[in-house]
Design a protein around this ligand. Structure first.
Ligand code: NDP
Ligand code: HSE
Length: 433
């Protein structure tokens, strides 16, 4: 069969990302033709509401509410509408009709990626998703292809731009949580419902995708233990600074003796660690591989144009495959390692407690840590004071050596029961040291 001279491209969604995809497809049309070896012809854009005023780069004549009909007449389908349905059905329909698919939809991939990959295998077409993890940063392709000859041991990173922006604004400018989230939404970083960002679902979806690729094992959103940043207070941020740390929402995927562990939670990162310097909506991911050693990937993890860059990279790849015939490399799940229980996670902790400032209290707390096998690395005590002088309360900040999550949880429960303990104010993991 002769190579095609033009490929019909259907775009599903024309919001923050979709609009920038249209811009790049339009402004770089000639270069893209040269790079692909065939013209990319945008044949339609499916949206919910065709009457909304849109960026002038979007030709209103291309807008349609008939996503099914659009998919049926495309060689390449770009899905940037988000959500599970109808995105999943539309992608499956596209694949079944022989179209290649590019998607930025991490929520769908983390929930049901294997169904899409299986359908793509059956149909012999590509389903590519570089934009689904860490926006503009090339990460999916390096993990799937460049590191395919190595053994990845750990992936540690900041993969959600919104929460990094929020925590950064709180820490650098003392901004309130709600105000910072509103700004992230205005800047196009946040998901349509920012709960997905601040509760850690978005980062957990990305962790599931990265862990699946890195460890050749199917990891879904349900396998990722998750905590968001909604409980982080201005006090936590201030105490982090006092102890030489900054708070970041981290995604951590590793192979442990119990299997694959994937978790997302806020953590204290020492100021000297490179992740501490990742500001605003930027993302950064460390990968530790047996032979390669440490690798770091850094860049814009959210926003219309950065994400569209990753989408277009995939579009060029899948288009080239169609011109040359065949399909590109795919993910594998041959290792199928077990998923480790979150309670077996081993890490360091910082526990902040408000206690009665009297003789023997620190000894009682230390005794409980020892009884549960949790070793203390450092203790700091600060008396609380008010305008009238001492309140009789002291704040204890205890940093531990590495301990199992189950041991730490038992210790904290026992400490909370002590008469002299007013409050266990916060328990944060310490990572990256
Ligand atoms: P937006 O909410 O800005 O845009 C969504 C678009 O999809 C809108 O044009 C909307 O139509 C359309 N749409 C939604 N549901 C339907 C439907 N049922 N039928 C037809 N059209 C529909 O989302 P984003 O552009 O921010 O995100 C898109 C995808 O990219 C998501 O999967 C997101 O997770 C992912 N992503 C986003 C990033 C970002 O920084 N924003 C970064 C990386 C990935 P209408 O305009 O009529 O409402
Ligand atoms: N809402 C996501 C973020 C977009 O803030 O990182 C990129 O996936």
């Amino acid at each position: 069969m002769p190579a095609p001279t033009a490929l019909r491209v259907a775009l599903l969604g024309c919001g923050v990302v979709g609009t920038q995809v249209v811009r790049l497809l339009t402004e770089q049309a000639d270069d893209l033709t040269s790079r692909v070896g065939a013209r990319l012809e945008l044949v339609g854009i499916a949206v919910r509401d065709t009457s909304i005023a849109r960026d002038p780069v979007v030709d209103p004549a291309l807008l349609t509410q008939d996503a099914d009909g659009l998919v049926a007449r495309a060689d390449i389908v770009i899905e940037v509408m988000g959500g599970i349905e109808p995105a999943r059905s539309l992608i499956l329909r596209a694949v079944a009709s022989g179209a290649s698919v590019v998607t930025a939809n991490k929520a769908l991939l983390a929930e049901d990626g294997p169904t899409l990959y299986h359908a793509a295998d059956e149909a012999g077409v590509d389903v590519y998703y570089e934009a689904a993890v860490a926006g503009a940063i090339p990460l999916v392709r390096p993990v799937r292809e460049s590191l395919a000859g190595d053994r990845v041991e750990r992936v540690l990173g900041i993969v959600n731009g919104t929460t990094n922006y929020v925590l950064d604004q709180m820490s650098a400018y003392g901004m309130g949580f709600d105000e910072a989230v509103a700004q992230a939404q205005e800047l196009g970083y946040a998901e349509a419902d920012p709960t997905a960002d601040v509760e850690g679902y978005d980062a957990a979806a990305k962790a599931a995708i990265l862990a699946s690729l890195a460890f050749h094992t199917r990891v879904t959103l349900d396998d990722v233990s998750r905590e968001g940043i909604t409980s982080i207070t201005a006090d936590d941020v201030a105490w982090a600074a006092k102890t030489g740390h900054v708070i970041k929402l981290l995604a951590i995927c590793e192979v442990t003796p119990d299997g694959v562990s994937a978790r997302v939670h806020p953590a204290l990162v020492p100021l000297a660690h490179p992740l501490a310097g990742v500001r605003g909506a930027f993302n950064a991911v460390f990968i530790e591989a047996e032979a390669a050693g440490e690798l770091m990937f850094y860049g814009r993890g959210a926003g219309g144009a950065p994400t569209a860059s990753a989408v277009l990279g995939d579009v060029v790849s899948v288009a080239r495959h169609r011109v040359l015939g065949g399909r590109g490399p795919v993910e594998s799940s041959y290792a199928q390692l077990p998923i480790a229980s979150p309670s077996s996670t081993i890490t360091r902790y910082q526990v902040r407690i408000a206690v009665d400032d009297r003789l023997g209290v620190l000894a009682q707390v230390a005794q409980l840590l020892a009884e549960n096998g949790v070793s203390i690395e450092a203790v700091r005590q600060a008396p609380e004071s008010s305008d009238d002088g001492s309140t009789g309360i002291a704040h204890l900040v205890i940093t531990t050596h590495s301990a199992a999550e189950s041991a730490l949880a038992a210790t904290v429960a026992a400490i909370a029961d002590l008469d002299a303990v007013q409050d266990v104010t916060s328990v944060l993991r310490v990572e990256g040291s």
